[in-house]
Design a protein around this ligand. Structure first.
Ligand SMILES: Nc1ncnc2c1ncn2[C@@H]1O[C@H](COP(=O)(O)OP(=O)(O)OP(=O)(O)O)[C@@H](O)[C@H]1O
Ligand SMILES: [Mg+2]
Length: 336
């Protein structure tokens, strides 16, 4: 889901750079190693073992697939793995690679000990995806030259390399591609404790005085997502600056969150509209996501990827075989 800067790769294939997150134009809040990356403990502990084992064997790390909702740290984790292994990282994304030749160009120019990070890997066209099969499994590129009866396949050995794929939609990845990832990890929403650590670190980098209780309060209002936590923190710093507050306390956080439309459960205006549509127009459901998307004038995929996962995670919305339903928790929250 990153909308990264695009830059030309040496064979004129357009690659997005692993630049700072677009929400962080001035300061890089992205952690560079596991110690700077609180939360996702199980995933991190596993990755530490896999990276250490690969180093001990003197072999490339197996291909990795990171999946989970947006803003939870998949791209960040890819960078940390590269740093830990001492590999360089080339970054691209599914929608950017339109033709098979684009991917062949990227693979043909890949150097030894490189991680090819493919963001939104579920959006790779299927003819492009097929090229990855032999590249990932046999470290080989099969290039078809010519057409018709004179066509022949040239085999091209690739140097040791590792693919890290990231996706918000693991289910949209075809089984043959998914099976070629030896390491698959799911990232889940963060606990307030982990988010408090992330916020305290970000505040330090931004030279801001954030009180512990204020960080904890904010950690309960950012939809369990570090990207949102950092975004809100930046806006809170604006409010603090303008109202001449040196230290960020709970009062500033509460004031800013109110102005930003973030409620007591951390839901934003769109989240609440999602719930309201279900309650007012569909008597709590069951209702299809298409109908909710049409009523909200929003893309179905945006609701599915960005808003719904947290509402389901918190139990405000239930996914049933007949459609989405507003839970009692969701109803109560709207009534309060
Ligand atoms: N565990 C963490 N500790 C500290 N900061 C984090 C952590 N995880 C994510 N962040 C911050 O949140 C921002 C979003 O992370 P990242 O871009 O890695 O998410 P993502 O899962 O790749 O999102 P998307 O699906 O939208 O591509 C980053 O800028 C990073 O600063
Ligand atoms: Mg990303």
């Amino acid at each position: 889901m990153d909308t990264s800067v695009h830059t030309k790769f040496d064979n004129s294939i357009v690659l997005p750079e692993l630049a700072n997150d677009t929400i962080e134009p001035h300061l890089n809040l992205r952690p560079k190693n596991f110690d700077e990356y609180p939360g996702q403990e199980r995933v991190c502990e596993n990755l530490k073992v896999y990276t250490q084992a690969a180093k001990l064997r003197g072999k490339m790390l197996d291909h990795c697939l990171f999946h989970g909702p947006p803003g939870l740290g998949k791209t960040t984790l890819a960078g940390i793995v590269a740093e830990t292994m001492g590999y360089q990282i080339k970054v691209t994304s599914g929608p950017v690679i339109e033709r098979a030749a684009d991917l062949m160009g990227i693979l043909a120019s890949i150097e030894s000990k490189t991680i090819l990070f493919i963001d939104e890997i579920h959006r790779l066209p299927s003819n492009v995806e097929e090229i990855l099969y032999s590249a990932m499994e046999d470290m080989r590129l099969d290039i078809l030259i010519g057409q018709g009866p004179t066509a022949r396949t040239v085999k091209f050995d690739l140097p040791p390399f590792c693919i890290i794929g990231a996706t918000t939609k693991a289910g949209a990845i075809s089984a043959p591609l998914r099976d070629r990832f030896g390491i698959q990890e799911h990232l889940d929403f963060y606990s307030p404790e982990s988010l408090t650590k992330i916020l305290m670190r970000s505040a330090k980098i931004m030279n801001a005085q954030l009180e512990n209780e204020a960080a904890f309060l904010l950690s309960t209002r950012c939809r369990g997502t570090p990207r949102i936590a950092n975004q809100l923190l930046k806006r809170i710093l604006d409010f603090a600056l303008v109202s001449n507050k040196i230290s960020i306390d709970c009062d500033v956080v509460n004031l800013a969150l109110k102005r930003l439309g973030v409620d007591s459960e951390g839901l934003c205006i769109m989240d609440r509209d999602f719930l309201k549509i279900m309650k007012d127009r569909y008597q709590g459901g069951p209702v299809g996501l298409d109908a909710i998307a049409a009523a909200l004038n929003e893309e179905k995929s945006t609701l599915e990827d960005v808003y719904e996962p947290y509402l389901v995670y918190r139990g405000f919305v239930l996914r049933t075989a007949r459609g989405r339903m507003l839970s009692d928790l969701g109803k109560n929250h709207l009534d309060n």
